[in-house]
Ligand binder design. Sequence first.
Ligand SMILES: [Ca+2]
Length: 94
Amino acid sequence: MQASNTSASITLTVTATDNQDVANSSTNTVTPIGPPINLVQNGSFETGNIEWWTENDSKYTGVAAGAGFFGEYGLSCFSISPIYTSQTLATTLE
Ligand SMILES: [Ca+2]
């Protein structure tokens, strides 16, 4: 995934390659209205805990130092069963 950000818009390009090495990509540009708002609370787990997130099975998920892709902390998951963490985002349609 590539992302570029200007003051007026954000462009994301996602490229996926299948097991036959056939690549396909899609690009989308969005233009935010109003000041940026962080809809996801604790989205990078930098509180060092699972605060704001709901786990379907907390035995297999947690927040660990050094596991972060961004920052110090990241979500740690270890299970072969389907597990998830989720968060309900408050949005308003205009
Ligand atoms: Ca993080």
